[in-house]
Design a protein around this ligand. Structure first.
Ligand code: ADP
Ligand code: MG
Length: 283
């Protein structure tokens, strides 16, 4: 373990005067699963862009392995090979004609030998199930396929940190599941993964740490179990409590569940609580 990335008192203001980030600070350990939550326009994407070095905070700094980002050309190239970003909208990320060119562009740009790059691209296409449509021009791909390619773009560089901006938005359930499986594999490989999402159920089940934003401000940081039981906080940030938490709290309030202090993590766990409660009454 140990800290991998640290955001210190960061603020960002766009040219038109919009204060998109206001004094954001947090520290993340290597291998942590982090979720960014917040309504539209709360600053999630802007923060990802700052963390990847595309935008430079007007105030504050970002440290990777204890060292501040070096904003010269070489420093940024190096930073971006270690902190990869997958944009919400794949069309903003993909620009090459073919899938192969698209995925190989980044690592060739890093100065890796053609042969080694080829091997890495082939491997990542296999892993992310892209091989069957690798010959198609990028602009002919479906939304889900574009997302797979956008993720491959970043993973092929073997970054230490990956930032996924609303990775499941506009995906059907099948592709959502596929992307979530890829995310789990990234975690297994020891990567530190950040996901921004509106899916509270997913955030609750998946995240180690959640950071909630509202109007560019950091409203809360903590474990999902600690934050999501706070109904007022969640609703004041334009979010909704996860289904399991909401139902659990209601069942407790109505005296249907009694004496349970550990809040269930999944619907299956909640089901077990109810069955146990019934057996208790039967005794
Ligand atoms: P989120 O990803 O949480 O939806 P964003 O980071 O995209 O939020 O936006 C934060 C704020 O910054 C919003 O008020 C948005 O309108 C504004 N914003 C985003 N991009 C730009 C831009 N290029 N120029 C001006 N304002 C922007
Ligand atoms: Mg966004």
């Amino acid at each position: 373990m140990g800290e991998i990335i640290c955001v210190q008192n960061c603020s960002y203001q766009y040219e038109d005067g919009t204060k998109a980030l206001k004094n954001i600070s947090f520290s993340i350990q290597k291998g942590e699963k982090v979720v960014f939550l917040g309504g539209n326009g709360s600053g999630k994407s802007t923060l990802f862009l700052c963390m990847n070095g595309i935008l430079r905070p007007k105030k504050g700094k970002i440290l990777l392995d204890g060292k501040p980002i070096d904003y010269n050309r070489k420093g940024l190239l190096q930073h971006r090979s270690r902190v990869g970003i997958v944009f919400q909208e794949p069309d903003n990320q993909l620009f090459s004609a073919s899938v192969y060119q698209e995925i190989s562009f980044g690592i060739l740009n890093m100065g890796i030998e053609k042969e080694q790059a080829d091997a890495a691209v082939t491997k990542i296409m296999e892993e992310l199930e892209i091989t069957p449509f690798q010959m198609k021009p990028v602009h002919c791909l479906s939304g889900g396929q574009k997302k797979q390619v956008a993720i491959a773009d970043v993973l092929v560089m073997s970054p230490n940190i990956i930032l996924l901006d609303e990775p499941a938005s506009a995906l059907d359930p099948k592709h959502t599941k596929l992307v979530r499986r890829f995310i789990d594999r990234m975690v297994e490989k020891g990567m530190t993964v950040f996901v921004s999402t509106h899916d509270m159920d997913y955030a609750y089940e998946w995240a180690d740490k959640v950071i909630i934003f509202k109007n560019g401000e950091q409203m809360a940081l903590g474990k999902p179990k600690e934050l999501f039981v706070q109904k007022e906080l969640i609703e004041s940030c334009n979010l909704m409590q996860p289904t399991v938490v909401k139902l659990f709290q209601s069942l407790c309030e109505h005296g249907i569940l009694t004496g349970i202090t550990e809040i269930p993590k999944t619907m299956e766990e909640l089901e077990q609580c109810l069955i146990a409660e019934k057996e208790k009454h039967n005794e």
